[in-house]
Design a binder for this molecule. Structure first.
Ligand code: GTP
Ligand code: MG
Length: 538
């Protein structure tokens, strides 16, 4: 068949006549070279995703296949037809009416559109009698390909970042899933991803293959097309086989929450120790996901979820990845030994250690800055801090402590991360007192507190005395703050405002032992002690 024709008159007639005879619609799936790839008979008349895997395409391109099906009447394209057009990224979909005598009558055609502001996925062409069809298919497809490609590149330049649809599928209520999706959105934004839409489904048993139902998965793809998303981020961890199945069916890049968190950590790791820990966590996560051909990994391409170990590294065999893991583990052991030396120096000094812990973005670093006049980075994004910072702080009445700020926690902290951040988290073991900072203005305060307590328990740190501080009280009314403080037996503060820290400091003083400052301690290489600014006023 010439590449300029949608379908030859001869093939159209034969198909129409057959349709009349068997009284069933017939669908022809035709390649750009004019080869009939599949013949489908019966009502549904649509190829399956699975049968099209070999015609894989890039995220915004067409599949190079058109579907022309017959219809015993002159019905227009159905919603199902348009869904197939979008989901399968067909070049074109057409319905050809069959008249009484078995001759082709009206032809209805539709094609996809580049992502647009109206959110329109496709355009329906005006139906024409088959013999009047005047469409130069090759020219038309060339134009459509370029439009789609252009939209893709302007979209990249415009945003300079990836854009995503967030998906949650769990046997949980919608409200609960929405809350989790809200946090997933913050995570995505912290990774520089624009969030275009989100979808939640309450699932039951039997959704194992794609995690969510097939119908819902179609909806995800449709929305991704409408909004021009190139990435789908799942709130649930995907088993390797699920991730593969989903990305095969959707032709979109698919990552889960763990990968997203790992990606943020990879962006924020600055120190050698941080980088080693993140790479280790990434490799441990990837190892079981290395399929036979490494296809699912190479399909990740660049960007989110693939930072850190480069693509070439990912495609080396498992054995080399295992070697790398072993090497990184040895490096971490080295770090741990160094850490021990640093610790024993502190222990010799006999200074109590006050460690600030809490949910990510609660205001831990801001509090350390306020207490010790430091300027460590504090920003409104998740996992700003990865490395531990220690500062000496002198209270009035001969009390001195080392205050440390460290990586924040999150619910369901990926276990590979906990393992890899062992040395960072181990530092918390030396704490004499944990200061649990809570964002009192967070909509899910309760869950954040529970999540932190769970992590502390899992690290066996729940035996260390703990003081809870409700931060960001400036965002609440005095009454609300009072009620919360009472409920949690906590002290309310607003970390950037030093004045609000007075009650906290007074309380800490009662808990800390008096240590007379010995001569020579000021030469401590960590930092000279910082007098409490408030102390001189009180
Ligand atoms: N309104 C208000 N904002 C605060 C307060 N404390 C901190 N913030 C803001 O909250 C954001 C997060 O603060 P950080 O100190 O970076 O929080 P963190 O707990 O160290 O966060 P990670 O290191 O990412 O885990 C920043 O934008 C702060 O300016 C407060 O008491 N009130
Ligand atoms: Mg911080």
């Amino acid at each position: 068949m010439p590449s300029s024709l949608v379908i030859t008159a001869e093939l159209a007639r034969t198909t129409c006549q057959l349709t009349r005879e068997i009284r069933r619609p017939i669908g022809l799936l035709i390649t750009r070279r004019g080869v009939v790839e599949q013949v489908l008979v019966g009502a549904g008349c649509a190829p399956t995703f699975e049968s099209l895997v070999k015609f894989r395409v890039g995220s915004h391109a067409l599949r190079g296949l058109r579907l022309i099906r017959t219809h015993l009447h002159d019905d227009p394209l159905s919603q199902d037809d348009l869904t197939h057009l979008a989901l399968l990224r067909l070049d074109l979909i057409g319905v050809l009416g069959v008249d009484e005598t078995g001759e082709p009558s009206l032809l209805h055609l539709a094609h996809l559109l580049p992502p647009n502001q109206q959110g329109e996925v496709c355009r329906l062409l005006k139906p024409v009698p088959f013999h009047d069809l005047d469409l130069q298919l090759d020219v038309f497809l060339h134009g459509l390909d370029s439009d789609l490609q252009r939209a893709d590149s302007t979209h990249d330049v415009a945003g300079g970042s990836e854009s995503a649809i967030l998906v949650s599928a769990a046997p949980r209520s919608h409200a609960e899933q929405e809350e989790h999706l809200e946090e997933l959105k913050e995570l995505a934004e912290s990774a520089g991803v624009r969030v275009l839409d989100r979808i939640a489904q309450r699932t039951h048993e039997g959704f194992e293959r794609y995690l969510l139902g097939k119908g819902k998965l179609k909806e995800v793809v449709m929305r991704a097309l409408q909004k021009g998303a190139d990435l789908v981020i799942f709130d649930q961890d995907l088993a390797p086989a699920q991730a593969r199945a989903i990305s095969e069916v959707t032709d979109l890049k698919v990552i889960d929450r763990t990968q997203l968190i790992l990606d943020i950590f990879a962006r924020r790791a600055h120190t050698r120790e941080g980088k080693v820990q993140v790479e280790l966590a990434q490799l441990r996560y990837l190892l079981p996901r290395l399929s036979g051909h490494g296809t699912s990994l190479s399909r990740l391409g660049g960007g989110i979820g693939s930072r850190g170990p480069g693509e070439t590294k990912l495609e080396t065999d498992r054995r080399r990845i295992r070697d790398r893991i072993a090497h990184l583990e040895r490096e971490i052991d080295d770090v741990a030994r160094h850490q021990d030396q640093r610790r024993s120096r502190r222990v010799r000094q006999g200074l109590p250690i006050l460690s600030i812990v809490g949910y990510t973005n609660a205001g831990k670093s801001t509090l350390l800055n306020s207490l010790t006049h430091s300027q460590i980075p504090a920003q409104d994004r998740l996992f700003e801090t990865l490395d531990t910072t220690s500062r000496r702080l002198r209270f009035p009445h001969d009390r001195e402590v080392i205050v440390t700020d460290t990586v924040g926690f999150i619910r369901d902290l990926p276990k590979d991360l906990v393992g890899a951040f062992r040395t960072t988290l181990d530092e918390l073991r030396d704490a004499d007192l944990l200061l649990h900072v809570v964002d009192a203005s967070a909509p899910n305060v309760d869950q954040q507190i529970t999540a932190v307590e769970t992590v502390l328990q899992s690290l066996n740190l729940d035996t260390i005395p703990r003081v809870m501080v409700l931060n960001k009280c400036d965002r609440l009314s005095a009454h609300e703050a009072g009620v919360l403080c009472e409920r949690y037996h906590a002290i309310g503060i607003s970390a950037p405002n030093r004045e609000t820290l007075r009650p906290l400091i007074a309380h800490l003083e009662t808990l800390l032992p008096a240590v007379p400052t010995l001569p020579g301690q000021e030469e401590d290489p960590d930092q000279p002690p910082q007098d409490l600014a408030l102390a001189s006023h009180s």
